[in-house]
Design a protein around this ligand. Structure first.
Ligand SMILES: Cc1cc2nc3c(=O)[nH]c(=O)nc-3n(C[C@H](O)[C@H](O)[C@H](O)COP(=O)(O)OP(=O)(O)OC[C@H]3O[C@@H](n4cnc5c(N)ncnc54)[C@H](O)[C@@H]3O)c2cc1C
Length: 289
């Protein structure tokens, strides 16, 4: 199928893009990499009258450290994340997850902002951003606000972003507590979305887990923050018993649908197994055994 007709805009600055979004409201749509939006337009599941292409805006690109945070411009591609020395050093879970997204063609165009703003529970970065305690910078003609990733996702393709807002950047606190982090994903084949995946961060102090976060991909209508799974780890030695308890809690917080990726029981079990594997890897990286 071909998309419906639309007017194409290519702003050169954030101010210009934001003005267009304010002008066209729910008739306008941001075009970033296009790898989620264009298929939706072809299926007529999205039919914007005005397409606002942000690929010409240099200010939306780049990865930098800024006062205890890593700031990733919303227009930064997944390929650029994969190639970033700064992220490999300070937040390896992001390039590692980028390598698990689709294929090089998709990663060369697909952006961090598009992946986070899209609201598809199959996207990998939302759960990771939730686990990392990231926040999203949203700008409209009225000003700028920060929304914590854990508060951003409301349902399938439903998020806290308003029609007149542009996602400018993702801000991630640097984990000064020496936290280990891991993202484990099971998929049917290269280029596919997750059957289930888990993002884990954890820090150790005196042989005990001092802090932990656990978040899940594609096992509910949105990415899931499993506070109960994290609680099962904090204060423990992260031994097999605690890891199993956390995996059970993650499974209980999962509510997957049966689809081509498997029946409900299988996908829930995979949420548990990915949680187990991600905890073990994060533990090793945090200096535990
Ligand atoms: C074959 C294939 C396999 C894929 N596999 C995976 C996978 O395994 N894991 C995964 O995570 N993703 C996967 N994807 C999706 C891919 O990562 C997309 O690139 C991503 O979901 C959307 O990013 P984009 O830059 O292409 O955004 P677009 O498609 O351009 O936009 C997506 C949505 O976000 C909005 N948007 C984009 N940028 C902004 C912004 N800055 N501010 C406000 N709104 C914005 C758009 O209006 C649109 O509603 C796959 C895609 C394909 C085609």
């Amino acid at each position: 199928m071909t998309p419906g007709s639309f007017e194409y805009h290519r702003p050169q600055s954030v101010d210009e893009a934001v003005a267009l979004l304010g002008q066209y409201g729910d008739e306008g749509k941001v075009l970033a990499g296009g790898h989620s939006l264009v298929p939706m337009m072809k299926l007529r599941l999205a039919a914007p009258s005005h397409l606002i292409d942000i690929n010409g805006i240099d200010d939306l690109k780049g990865i930098a450290e800024d006062g205890g945070e890593i700031v990733i411009g919303a227009g930064t591609t997944q390929a650029e994340v994969l190639a970033s020395d700064l992220l490999a050093e300070s937040c390896p879970i992001l390039p590692e997850a980028a390598a698990l997204i689709a294929d090089p063609q998709v990663r060369n165009c697909g952006t961090v902002g598009g992946n986070c703003a899209n609201g598809d529970p199959g996207n990998d970065y939302p759960a990771i951003m939730i686990a990392l305690g990231a926040s999203y910078t949203l700008r409209s003609a009225d000003g700028e606000r920060q929304v914590v990733a854990a508060d951003f996702y409301e349902g399938v393709y439903a998020t806290a972003i308003e029609d007149n807002e542009l996602m400018i950047a993702v801000r991630i606190p640097t984990h000064a507590d020496g936290a280990g982090m891991s993202y484990r994903k099971i998929k049917r084949k290269v280029g596919d979305y997750a059957i289930a995946a888990a993002a884990v961060t954890l820090s150790m102090d005196g042989g005990k887990c001092a802090s932990a976060t656990v978040a899940l991909t594609n096992v509910a209508d949105t990415a899931v923050l499993s506070a109960a799974a994290a609680d099962a780890l904090v204060g423990s030695a992260v031994d097999d018993k605690a890891i199993d308890a956390a995996a059970e809690k993650a499974m209980a917080d999962s509510d997957p649908a049966e689809d081509l990726r498997g029946p409900v029981e299988y996908r829930r079990a995979m949420a548990g197994e990915m949680t187990r594997r991600a905890i073990r890897e994060a533990l090793a990286r945090a200096g535990g055994s």
